[in-house]
Ligand binder design. Structure first.
Ligand code: ADP
Ligand code: MG
Length: 309
């Protein structure tokens, strides 16, 4: 039953996972927007999507963005799965934006559990270091690594937690989202104790809420510190619930900032009424505050990461 000792890997100094144990909270949105924000500042950034939901916020699949590695497609989580299976370095899609590479998520990520379970017998708890070991050979290419994560399986969440140094936890205000945080808090403690002692929670934010509902924010703050510990910083930025621009941007494979920049040349509602343009050609005004709030969120996360050292 014994096998060669499995190497422990120290996570990248600027690695950040966006995680919470519930779906639909905004993790993938924040992860993609954060990775693009960092890359736009000239930081060489890798986004790793450890989730079987391939949201394609950056248009890799729908718009063929980036330089795809030669050989078998890495889309739909296949590249990630294959690297883990063959214990080989991750093969990102390069230059999805200037300075931004991406390891895409998707359906095949769901198969990782079977792989890890089979290895448990020989590797024990170190099996959750599998992603960290596939990342290590290419981590030096990057200034920043961002992980999107999946709440659908504890083991996937643990895989990402074992590969990151920092964890950021977005939440919505409902009770199930708060309970989702309890799950990530449990996985966080397990991974930190057994596999990745470098791991730390850098903070949390309320996402997709009404920014002016301050008494609600206070209640959520109290819930967050109850679950994640009294010293967990809670960001003052609240990204508002703005369904239309968030949905359109994702459909077009654009970041909020990119979509907001298109507003100037956008068709207007009266063009649609006159039959000169289609509804989807109108960039909604609400993209402007959404892009602004996301930028503020990113600047606040920068601060937290600096403070975390
Ligand atoms: N600020 C926002 N307001 C409204 N809807 C949003 C906002 N940000 C993201 N969304 C939408 O909410 C849904 C869930 O977001 P997503 O980032 O996929 O969550 P998760 O990764 O936690 O499951 C998606 O349809 C996304 O387009
Ligand atoms: Mg997601």
């Amino acid at each position: 039953m014994l096998s060669d000792a499995v190497d422990e890997v120290e996570p990248h100094p600027n690695s950040l996972m966006i995680g919470t144990g519930k779906g639909g909270v905004g993790k993938s949105t924040i992860a993609a927007q954060r990775a693009a924000f960092l890359a736009a500042q000239g930081r060489r950034t890798l986004l790793v999507c450890v989730t079987s939901q391939d949201d394609d916020d950056l248009g890799l699949e729908r718009f063929g963005r980036g330089l795809h590695p030669e050989g078998e497609s890495v889309l739909d989580g296949r590249g990630l799965y294959q690297s883990l299976l063959e214990r080989r370095p991750l093969r990102p899609v390069r230059e999805v934006r200037p300075n931004l590479d991406v390891v895409p998520g998707g359906k095949s990520v769901g198969e990782i559990l079977v792989l890890l379970t089979a290895r448990m017998a020989t590797e024990g708890v170190q099996v959750v270091g599998a992603l960290a070991r596939c990342l290590a050979p290419i981590a030096g290419w990057y200034d920043e690594v961002v992980f999107d994560s999946a709440p659908e399986q504890d083991s996937l969440e643990q895989l990402a937690l074992a590969a990151t140094r920092r964890l950021f936890v977005p939440t919505r205000s409902d009770d199930t989202s708060i309970r989702g945080m309890e799950r990530i808090a449990r996985n966080y403690l397990l991974v930190r104790k057994q596999v990745n002692p470098y791991l730390q929670v850098v903070g949390s934010c309320l996402y997709g809420s009404n920014p002016s509902a301050t008494s609600l924010h206070e209640e959520v703050r109290a819930d967050v510190t109850k679950v994640l510990g009294p010293n967990t910083p809670m960001l003052s930025t609240v990204v508002g619930y703005r369904e239309m621009p968030a949905r359109n941007a994702r459909k077009k494979g654009l970041t909020f900032a990119e979509y907001a920049a298109q507003r100037e040349h956008s068709a207007k509602s009266y063009d649609v009424a006159a039959g000169r343009a289609k509804r989807e050609d109108v960039v909604p005004d609400s993209i402007v505050p959404l892009a602004k709030e996301m930028e503020q969120l990113n600047l606040e996360i920068d601060d937290l990461c600096r403070k975390a050292g």
